[in-house]
Write a protein that binds this ligand. Structure first.
Ligand code: SF4
Length: 92
């Protein structure tokens, strides 16, 4: 989903907040700190994915800007929030 001005594209229907006909679900706790979060009608949504909980279902979200995920030799996903924080600081 493009990161335009989502708040202007959002409509409220009986199903909830929709953007271009896609039902949006609020972000989850693991998303806190991500730069892709946008506020729409006093709720926080992901500008990249309509169902944030699904992006975290099998490990770290690959769109997240606040963490750095890597896979070790055993195939386990490791998350390093410090690396992501340093990367974000360099961009400023
Ligand atoms: S990109 Fe991932 S971590 Fe960031 S808000 Fe969206 S679902 Fe959450």
């Amino acid at each position: 989903m493009a990161n335009g001005n989502l708040a202007e594209k959002a409509t409220t229907t009986e199903r909830g907040v929709e953007i271009n006909g896609m039902l949006m679900e609020p972000v989850i706790d693991k998303c806190n700190g991500c730069e892709r979060i946008v506020s729409i009608q006093e709720e926080q949504y992901c500008s990249s994915y309509p169902q944030p909980s699904m992006k975290w279902r099998h490990g770290a979200c690959n769109f997240a800007t606040h963490i750095k995920a890597s896979v070790d030799k055993s195939g386990e996903v490791k998350i390093n929030p410090i690396k992501a924080s340093k990367r974000a600081a360099r961009k400023k």
